[in-house]
Design a binder for this molecule. Structure first.
Ligand code: ADP
Length: 311
């Protein structure tokens, strides 16, 4: 069953088209990654799904219901972990989670059990009586998640939940996502860290400038570039590289620059390595690094857009 169906979705802010005609179906049980650089439109898509913004054009159905008509009914099934922390620093962890549980109409023993479970799940039971202002950044992120899951949602939407936190807390959050998914929760996870999408997501949509560039399982996405090779050449003076000449070499599809490296996407079956290296040495450049990039979601993005995900 599709838990989310998005049709011809457009969102404009004055002159900016933040979401540009997106179509998307998310099946029950997926950990669905929305991957894209800053400004790609990820947060806007999330806000539209959660009815925090209204589309300029298009339709969103959640659990089969049009959210324009049944916004309140479907909101009960969604948990949102927003990018900006939504916790009250002067409240304890317990009070924060209780506040959110009450918002969703939980009361009495059901509420208390739900708070216990959410705090236990995010590893905060022992510090439940501490005020949030005494928490570390990673603990605050976990509390943000506890608040979003207290009402036992069917769909959990996480907007860049690991930005700016230490590796241990990031790991902790990623484990929690996997555990929740095992319990049957469908997860939508936006990130610009491709390693997270690689390790977590069952399906990924890569977006750029408000459009979906490509969508599928990680294997499907990597197959798109299986007929290409991506060469990484580190040089001593990147400004001397004659990009136009390199671009004219047979088989070369795209060229980008990353610090002191030239990254060349080329057809796999054209044997052009000697020509490429000769062209670079003709410019009296010293090559100090040379290798093929492993095919990852980052290289898929790079080869489709000529850009790095992290800018
Ligand atoms: P992401 O979450 O991928 O970083 P956003 O959805 O925040 O991207 O932004 C998509 C585009 O919409 C960007 O160009 C951004 O500058 C623009 N944008 C986002 N929010 C607003 C707003 N409230 N008013 C005007 N432009 C906005």
């Amino acid at each position: 069953m599709n838990v989310i169906e998005i049709k011809d979705l457009v969102k404009k802010y004055d002159d900016t088209i933040a979401v540009d005609n997106i179509n998307l179906s998310i099946e029950e049980g997926e950990i669905y990654g929305i991957l894209g650089p800053n400004g790609a439109g990820k947060s806007t898509i999330i806000s539209l799904i959660c009815s925090l913004l209204h589309p300029s054009i298009g339709e969103i159905k959640i659990l089969g219901e049009d959210i324009k008509k049944k916004s309140l009914k479907v909101k009960r099934h969604i948990g949102l972990v927003p990018q900006n922390l939504a916790v009250y620093k002067d409240f304890t962890a317990y009070e924060n989670v209780k506040f959110f549980g009450e918002l969703y109409g939980l009361r009495g023993k059901v509420l208390e059990d739900a708070i216990d479970e959410a705090l236990e799940f995010t590893g905060l039971s022992d510090v439940r009586k501490k005020k949030a202002k005494e928490y570390s950044g990673g603990m605050l992120r976990r509390l943000n998640i506890a608040c979003a899951i207290v009402h036992n949602p069917k769909i959990l939407i996480m907007d860049e939940p690991t930005v700016g936190i230490d590796p241990q807390s990031r790991n902790n959050i990623m484990q929690a996502v996997k555990k929740l998914n095992k319990k049957g929760v469908t997860i939508i996870y936006t990130t610009h860290y491709m390693e997270e999408a690689e390790s977590l997501c069952t399906k990924v949509a890569i977006i750029d400038k408000g459009k979906i560039i490509v969508e599928g399982t990680k294997e499907e996405l990597k197959n798109i570039v299986s007929d290409k090779k991506i060469l990484n050449i580190g040089v001593d003076d990147i400004y001397k590289v004659n990009i136009e000449k390199l671009r004219n070499i047979e088989g070369v599809i795209d060229i980008s620059i990353d610090d002191n490296s030239v990254i060349i996407t080329s057809s796999k079956d054209v044997n052009n390595l000697t020509k490429i290296l000769k062209e670079i040495s003709d410019e009296s450049l010293k090559i100090n690094d040379l290798g093929f990039k492993e095919i990852t979601l980052e290289t898929v993005f790079l080869s489709l857009t000529g850009k790095k995900l992290r800018n």
